[in-house]
Write a protein that binds this ligand. Structure first.
Ligand code: NAD
Ligand code: DAU
Length: 348
């Protein structure tokens, strides 16, 4: 694993993953970060990495569905490993407009798999980053495991499910060496403020309403993003080829609990005129809203010795502090300034 193609490396988890790799002594290779720079991709997440590692980090602005551009990238960089994060990732957007989800998540993954087939002599591993949402919804009890049947509810999760099936089919049919991970909800630095946690932090800071869908009793299993990155790297290094691994935080919370926790932390760290809880507003539910996600990650824990390191309470406080300490990042993302920068730097 010397020349690692990371797709979607300017997004939330991809950027954290690249930062994680360059913080480790056991990574001595190169990263080729391919990102189309959609609204969710921000190259500013990696400016310091680009300057610190000019010989080991390369950014390529390209669409993973563009076969010609991707083929050139595989060829010119001697890509031997792929860690595939690039996707349209937001459930609400997939409900309003599923087209980009089908295109990027299914066709994009297919394009990369076809290139793994073409460059099979040089490919050591294709790691596919997927989600627990492919399993659909749990009731009050039980956990998702690697054996849970797929039952996706949204266009987003259906497109991820399709991509997972393609990956496993290519492994069986063409003997592409793959690993696949299905992870629960991530939170942490650099998350685009459309997702629950950063949206609530920034709205809370600005005194705007905190929109909780339905009755706020839906449950998610939260994982600090660095723990996800560590799990992906562990699977890439030691995971059995052809296997899927579930990754989760063993940290179930209702959405309302999460929002209350954020309000409490904000009231302590950045006191305002009144308690942030007063901003909570219950709004119309998400269509097809999955009730509960919870991961049983025993396989990853026992086979590969990974465990989440961060507790939800400390991870959430760290996250709130990160947004408080990066007002410029927040301002550029909230105002769309970062996209203007992209347009001038990548014109044409
Ligand atoms: P994100 O939306 O923050 O980032 C996605 C990145 O992919 C962006 O940089 C975007 O520009 C890029 N991209 C989109 N379409 C592209 C295309 N056609 N070609 C090249 N690049 C493209 O997403 P994220 O939250 O970082 O999620 C990353 C991966 O992890 C996704 O595959 C997602 O399904 C999976 N995942 C996310 C979570 C979570 O909680 N965020 C949990 C489990 C799994
Ligand atoms: O489970 C993994 C998935 O987690 C990933 O595959 C997705 O890419 C990622 O976006 C995330 O999906 P969710 O839909 O669970 O995340 P989101 O932050 O959008 O919502 C979390 C919960 O909070 C969900 O039950 C919906 C609710 N919610 C969300 C928003 C944005 C609200 O109540 N209000 C909101 O404004």
């Amino acid at each position: 694993m010397h020349n690692i193609l990371v797709t979607g490396g300017c997004g939330f988890i991809g950027a954290n993953f690249i930062r994680y790799l360059f913080s480790r002594n056991d990574f001595t290779g190169r990263v080729i970060n391919v990102d189309r720079l959609t609204y969710a991709g921000n190259p500013e997440n990696l400016t310091d990495i680009a300057s610190a590692f000019p010989d080991r980090y390369r950014f390529v602005k390209a669409d993973i569905c563009d076969r010609e551009a991707m083929e050139k990238t595989f060829d010119a960089n001697g890509v031997d490993t792929i860690c595939h994060f690039a996707a349209e990732s937001h459930v609400d957007r997939s409900i309003v407009g599923p087209d980009d989800f089908v295109r990027t998540n299914i066709l994009g993954t297919f394009t990369l798999l076809e290139l793994c087939r073409k460059f099979s002599r040089q490919i050591e591993l294709f790691h596919h980053v997927s989600t627990d949402e492919v399993f659909g919804s749990l009731g009050e009890t039980g956990h998702f495991t690697e054996k849970t049947p797929y039952d996706p509810s949204s266009p987003y999760s259906a497109s991820k499910a399709a991509s997972d099936h393609l990956v496993m089919a290519y492994a069986r049919t063409y003997k592409i060496p793959v690993t696949l991970s299905n992870c629960s909800n991530n939170y942490g630095p650099y998350q685009f403020p459309e997702k629950l946690i950063p949206l609530m932090i920034l709205n809370g800071l600005e005194g705007k309403p905190l929109p909780v869908y339905g009755d706020g009793r839906n449950i998610r299993d939260w994982l600090y993003v660095e723990d996800h990155c560590a799990a992906v790297w562990r699977i890439m290094q030691q995971g059995r080829r052809g296997e899927c691994y579930c990754i989760g935080g063993r940290s179930e919370r209702t959405n309302l609990q999460v929002v209350h926790d954020i309000c409490n932390i904000l009231d302590e760290e950045a006191p305002g005129p009144e308690s942030r809880r007063k901003l909570i507003s219950f709004v119309k539910d998400r269509p097809g809203h999955d009730l509960r996600y919870a991961i049983d990650c025993t396989k990853l824990e026992t086979e590969l010795g990974w465990k989440p390191q961060e507790h939800f309470e400390s991870g959430l406080r760290k996250t709130v502090r990160w947004y408080l300490r990066h007002p410029q990042w927040v301002e550029r993302v909230r105002s769309g300034e970062y996209q203007k920068w992209i347009e001038t730097h990548y014109a044409g």
